[in-house]
Design a protein around this ligand. Structure first.
Ligand SMILES: [Zn+2]
Length: 101
């Protein structure tokens, strides 16, 4: 793995760390921010402003939340699914490195 360098200080003195946990944390955070309940409330607010039925707004909000989660999950898997996590032993920065497919 000598071809991998720290993106912060360019050091090759790096160590692989356990992967998987940042991945899960990312989705927990994502689901927290884009929860269907929150998006439904958001949709109801928008519906009230535009004069549309609140129920329609809620449904639209939930649908948008689902699409956003699916799209971001797809993009995340695509870009970071093969990523390995490293820590730089010179500057102590954590960084991810995607494996070539
Ligand atoms: Zn470094």
């Amino acid at each position: 793995m000598s071809f991998i360098h720290c993106p912060y200080c360019q050091s090759a003195n790096i160590k692989q760390t356990e992967s998987g946990h940042p991945h899960e944390q990312y989705f927990e955070q994502l689901r927290h921010f884009i929860s269907p309940a929150q998006m439904a409330l958001f949709g109801i607010k928008i519906a009230k402003k535009t004069g549309a039925p609140p129920l329609a707004g809620a449904v639209v909000g939930v649908v948008i939340a689902g699409v956003l989660v699916m799209v971001s999950q797809y993009c995340f898997e695509r870009h970071y699914g093969n990523a390995m996590n490293f820590i730089c032993q010179d500057c102590q920065q954590h960084f991810a490195w995607a494996k070539p497919n």
